[in-house]
Design a protein around this ligand. Structure first.
Ligand SMILES: *Cc1c(COP(=O)(O)O)cnc(C)c1O
Length: 385
């Protein structure tokens, strides 16, 4: 079997798609998926252009040693671009890890929660809840605030937080991917280090990273492809993990070895680096916030225009990244997804745990896609309302 196929093979709708040579440009749909999610087209094109051989290296990024000068360069540039974007200073490490945000649910308490300590968790959605349940395997957890009785439809206000004095840390989830809520600004929690699961909104707007103890994010939503977990951690906190925990789960080991105690996800870090570069070229995080506000604003306006669509998040907690809404009936919700797919609008089904619709519109999601969805919603309401 060769890789050469005929055009008619290529046109068939089988999966995996037939391999073709030469490749023909494929139509890209508008991808509203919550994650893995849309990546900047310019990034994908650059990766495609250099996939066979990185300029000046002569090998694919997937073929180079993680200890080569070529990869040193990729890693250094990814980190320095992230620092430039966020204004992150020398008090924090940038770590490139694996295991997803879910592994951080365990690594954070393993490293930072002493036997006689307590960790505060602000429970604002199912990811936050999972984080708190995982932490309880390692020590004492105090849920210092929760909006679960309100179906997580908002984040708490500052006076609802009640952090424990002397807590080892306070854990918050900056954007609740499933229910579509987001902290308008990251909360003040007193003297304890703030630990932020920012998996679904990191770099959607300027971030006050320097005041955080830990920020972590699975890359596959707003930062890059799956397989990479970004961790930003204050240097003194990174040293707290006891020697008794597994080597690869200790922040201090990753820090000491520059994220290369063992083989890191080389390709994912490379692509993350391209995304950082794209963000800088696009005007940085102030510009991203302006774009994201514009995109989310259009969509929330469409939801609020009549009573047909109903936003599920409280207006003061609405997410810029995951816009969640319901239709009058579940039957109409199913129909909405079917017709949207046919119109080239993919991934609008809400999370299976909450139902309804969810439009994830991360940094890389184009404004034209939001306009297309707004048009579609208008059309759908006129034909089914
Ligand atoms: C997706 C998500 C996670 C889980 O991420 P994995 O990388 O799949 O482990 C955790 N927290 C939040 C807020 C998420 O959106």
């Amino acid at each position: 079997m060769g890789f050469s196929r005929t055009r008619s093979d290529h046109a068939s709708n089988t999966y995996p798609p037939e391999l073709t040579m030469p490749s023909t440009p494929t139509h890209r749909v508008f991808n509203f998926s919550a994650g893995p999610a849309v990546l900047p087209e310019a990034v994908l094109e650059e990766a495609q252009r250099d996939l066979l051989a990185l300029p000046g290296v002569g090998m694919s990024i997937m073929e180079v040693s993680h200890r080569s000068a070529a990869f040193d360069d990729v890693l250094e540039r990814a980190e320095s671009d992230l620092r430039a974007l966020t204004g992150l200073g020398d008090d924090h490490h940038v770590l490139f890890l694996q295991g997803g945000a879910s592994q951080q649910f365990a690594m954070v308490p393993m490293n930072l929660l002493p036997a006689d300590g307590v960790a505060d968790y602000v429970v604002t959605g199912s990811w936050a809840k999972k984080a708190s349940v995982e932490a309880a395997k390692f020590g004492r957890v105090n849920v210092c605030a929760t909006t679960e009785p309100e179906a997580f439809s908002r984040v708490p206000s500052a006076d609802e937080l009640h952090p424990t004095r002397g807590a080892a840390y306070v854990h918050v989830t900056s954007n609740n991917t499933i229910v579509g809520t987001q902290w308008p600004t990251w909360p003040e929690v007193g003297d304890s280090p703030l630990v932020v699961d920012a998996s679904s909104d990191l770099l959607c707007r300027p971030v006050d990273a320097n005041r955080c103890g830990v920020i972590y994010a699975g890359a596959q939503k707003n930062l890059g492809p799956a397989g990479l977990t970004l961790v930003v951690i204050r240097k003194d906190l990174a040293e707290r993990g006891p020697e008794s925990i597994p080597t690869t789960l200790r922040y201090s080991v990753a820090a000491k070895h520059g994220s290369r105690y063992n083989t890191p996800p080389v390709f994912a870090i490379y692509l993350f680096g391209l995304v950082m570069h794209w963000l800088r070229q696009s005007g940085g995080l102030v510009e991203m916030e302006a774009r994201n506000r514009r995109k989310a604003g259009l969509l929330y306006d469409a939801i609020d225009r009549t009573g047909f669509y109903r936003g599920t998040a409280h207006p003061g907690s609405r997410s810029l990244m995951n816009v969640t809404f319901r239709l009058p009936t579940e039957e109409l919700e199913r129909q909405f997804v079917v017709e949207a797919n046919a119109a080239g609008l993919s991934g609008l089904k809400g999370h299976r745990s909450v139902g309804g619709q969810r439009a994830s519109i991360y940094n890389a999601f184009p404004e034209a896609g939001v306009a297309a969805l707004v048009d579609f919603m208008d059309h759908f309401e006129r034909t089914h309302g």
